[in-house]
Design a protein around this ligand. Structure first.
Ligand code: PGU
Length: 406
């Protein structure tokens, strides 16, 4: 038999985040814990489908007038309108003035990719600045779309907080017009967000230099438990009348991970530009996947357009956010109780799904080897994967990692 025409293909490494789950699945230990991927789990360690999502799905199934025709290239119209309202606010002047175009995309990742491809084709500056560190998929998405990726300083390991001066210096030095990727809230992986005051300074600087904001909003409602509070950064940039992009994901805040529901919005100066931009977004989407899937977007639209279901959603969302916050407190208390050397207050100070522990690669691999705790090698743990039952085990592992390894 002749060799395969693909014999030269070299094996690619596992994904740094999703590969953690692959390794976890292979481990037969009964005490194993997966704190790698950012996916919400209940106190019992089970994935959660929100009650309101179940109810919306039931309604969709029962409605025999519903068909499975293709959506338009831009997706479900109701879903797009409601998504824009959710992120920009119900009374957003940009929406009223018809200068926002929103297209349904394949969750947050797909929204980022479509936005990036549009920018690569139609925007004069091809450099995008992303925070150091950031979600590991960002550089790959933007590079493959044809943009050139540069980093701005974001996190200071010494303070385990924001390197605000570094951020300002790097954005000041960026070429005018450059694109800047901003995490709308609950920065991944650091859990460190700018204060409102700092956001205002970032906004002023970016507008004065004509830098184009591209918001990644994967955690609206998940950070504080409040949808409006978590969209404040984005709304500040829209309120000044300037232009920006926003990628939304419903993976976390509605628990629709595998349904792949998201939206890309581009806020433009006027409605004429917005409609031309939309026509070009269709040119990006059509040859990529033609049009988006109908089911997940229908769930979201069903919930967002019904006052009662919307309210029910916010209650369930707040409960998820609160459980994560309580995990922070429990882990912090457990570290205190063990007298683990070092200051662990960042566990309760950081925001959103993740704690950026400060543990190094060796300490992480020690914890995986000896305690069957799975997390990304940068020391990030998904707080949403923890429960009161697993906190003591994690605290033991962290204590041992800090005290036994160099
Ligand atoms: N943007 C950020 C900042 C994210 O953290 C994630 C997901 C996404 C976008 C994309 O999410 P979608 O599922 O496409 O809507 N990050 C999680 C999930 C696992 C992954 O890497 O995709 C994480 O664990 O970092």
């Amino acid at each position: 038999m002749a060799d395969s025409v693909f014999a030269h293909v070299v094996r690619a490494p596992e994904d740094p985040i999703l590969g953690v789950t692959v390794a976890y699945n292979k481990d037969s230990s009964p005490v194993k814990v997966n704190l790698g991927v950012g996916a919400y789990r209940t106190e019992e360690g089970k994935p959660l489908v929100l009650n309101v999502v179940r109810r919306a799905e039931q309604m969709l199934v029962n409605d025999t007038s519903r068909v499975k025709e293709y959506l338009s290239i831009t997706g479900l119209a109701d879903f797009n309108k409601l998504s824009a309202k959710l992120i920009f606010g119900a009374d957003s002047p940009a929406i009223k003035e018809n200068r926002v175009t929103t297209v349904q995309c394949l969750s947050g990742t797909g929204s980022l990719r479509v936005g990036a491809e549009f920018l690569a084709r139609h925007y004069h500056e091809h450099t995008i600045y992303i925070p150091q560190p950031t979600w590991g998929n960002h550089p790959k998405i933007f590079t493959l779309a044809g943009l050139s990726v540069k980093y701005y300083r974001y996190y200071d390991p010494a303070t385990r907080g924001l390197d605000f001066q570094g951020l300002l210096d790097d954005l000041t030095a960026a070429p005018s017009g450059a694109i800047v990727l901003l995490h709308a809230c609950a920065h991944n992986p650091t859990g460190v967000d700018p204060t409102i005051d700092q956001w205002e300074k970032i906004r002023k600087l970016m507008r004065s230099k004509g830098l184009l904001p591209f918001f990644d909003s994967a955690y609206q409602g998940f950070a504080s438990g409040n949808l409006d509070a978590d969209a404040q950064s984005v709304r500040m940039f829209v309120a000044d009348g300037g232009e920006c992009l926003a990628a939304q994901s419903y993976a976390k805040n509605m628990g629709l991970y595998g349904e792949r529901v998201g939206a890309l919005s581009i806020v433009c100066k006027d409605s004429n530009v917005a409609s031309k931009v939309e026509s070009q977004l269709k040119m990006v989407i059509r040859p990529m996947y033609s049009n988006p899937p109908i089911h997940g977007a229908s769930i979201v639209a069903t919930i967002l357009k019904d006052r009662q279901m919307y309210d029910e959603w916010t209650v369930e969302l707040k409960a998820m956010a609160d459980r994560i916050i309580s995990m922070r407190q429990q882990l912090y208390d457990a570290m205190q109780a063990r007298g683990t050397p070092g200051d662990w207050s960042h566990i309760i100070k950081q925001i959103g799904m993740f704690t950026f522990t400060g543990l190094n690669v060796e300490q992480v691999s020690f914890m995986t080897r000896e305690y069957h705790i799975y997390m990304t090698s940068d020391g990030r743990i998904s707080m949403a994967g923890l429960s009161s039952r697993t906190v003591p085990h994690l605290a033991d592992a962290m204590h041992a990692a800090v005290t036994r390894t160099a």
